[in-house]
Design a protein around this ligand. Structure first.
Ligand SMILES: Nc1ncnc2c1ncn2[C@@H]1O[C@H](COP(=O)(O)OP(=O)(O)OP(=O)(O)O)[C@@H](O)[C@H]1O
Ligand SMILES: [Mg+2]
Length: 252
């Protein structure tokens, strides 16, 4: 038996430079990160430290300038566009701060979308999509369009959509950033529960110590590098420890 936990997501010496005319912005400067199956990792750090860039690289939404990303065992630089798109569709769920729902589609249709894009039929998928709506507490809102839902409800639709393909990996960029604290906690509990019940691996960018405290591990980015981390040893990572680390990074 192999006791080593499986690594499902990995950045190896990943760098990202953005060119703006003559100016080069070093968004990531050789980042290494390995995430295990079923792990819930939070990414924190000051504004502009490269958190979203890292998340986009990890999900294959953007490519590193150098280094490699391994997603579900596949080195992304070796995949052509079609293979990368399929891998993303089937293995990765994305959750964004502003939900990114299709405004003309109902909640149910938004949640089903990744399955329909993958050629599956609504008629066959309807029971599974319905059960996911129930899981996020929106059984009575399936025919509402996004503009008829509250922010917290829209984010729950986005969570259901992210998990609908039973992805190995869910990447979330500030999923609670636009929510009040009660809806934020509900969203985090849902994420953690989905992570456990669907054995998904989660990487979540957040500014909030409370949100990060739900994670198994927090990595801290500064100026494009992971500079420190905190792990939960059986209990929640304490908010005090998190805020202390954030303050230390911001003042150094
Ligand atoms: N498309 C782009 N073109 C040029 N520069 C970019 C681009 N995207 C990000 N950057 C720069 O790269 C750096 C890292 O950006 P990134 O969005 O990853 O930061 P972040 O940690 O997510 O910040 P925030 O907490 O404000 O969301 C910043 O200096 C930013 O200005
Ligand atoms: Mg960001």
């Amino acid at each position: 038996m192999n006791a080593e936990p499986t690594i499902v997501l990995q950045a190896v010496e990943a760098t990202k430079q953005y060119k703006m005319g003559n100016i080069i912005v070093e968004a990531l400067r050789g980042t290494n990160l390995s995430v295990h199956k079923g792990e819930f990792v939070a990414v924190m750090g000051p504004s502009g430290s490269g958190k979203s860039t890292l998340l986009h690289l990890l999900g294959g939404l953007d490519t590193p300038s150098s280094g490699e990303i391994y997603l579900a065992g596949q080195p992304l630089s070796r995949l052509n566009d079609r293979k990368l798109t399929l891998l993303r569709l089937r293995k990765v769920g994305f959750i964004f701060q502003f939900y990114n729902l299709l405004p003309t589609q109902t909640a149910l249709e938004n949640v089903a979308l990744p399955l329909l894009i993958d050629g599956k039929r609504m008629r066959q998928q309807r029971p599974w999509v319905g059960s996911m709506m129930e899981r996020v507490g929106l059984s009575d809102r399936i025919n509402h369009r996004p503009d008829q839902l509250s922010g917290g409800q829209q984010q729950r639709v986005a969570i259901a959509r992210a998990f609908i393909t039973k992805p190995e990996i869910v990447l979330a960029d500030e999923p609670t950033g636009n929510l009040d604290s009660k809806s934020g906690i509900a969203v985090l509990e849902l994420l953690k529960q989905a992570c456990q019940e669907l054995t998904a691996t989660i990487v979540m960018v957040t500014h909030e110590a409370r949100a990060a405290s739900f994670a198994h591990r927090i990595v801290f980015l500064k100026d494009g590098l992971i500079v420190s981390s905190l792990s939960n040893a059986g209990e929640k990572i304490s908010m005090d420890k998190i805020t202390t680390e954030i303050n230390r990074l911001e003042n150094n």
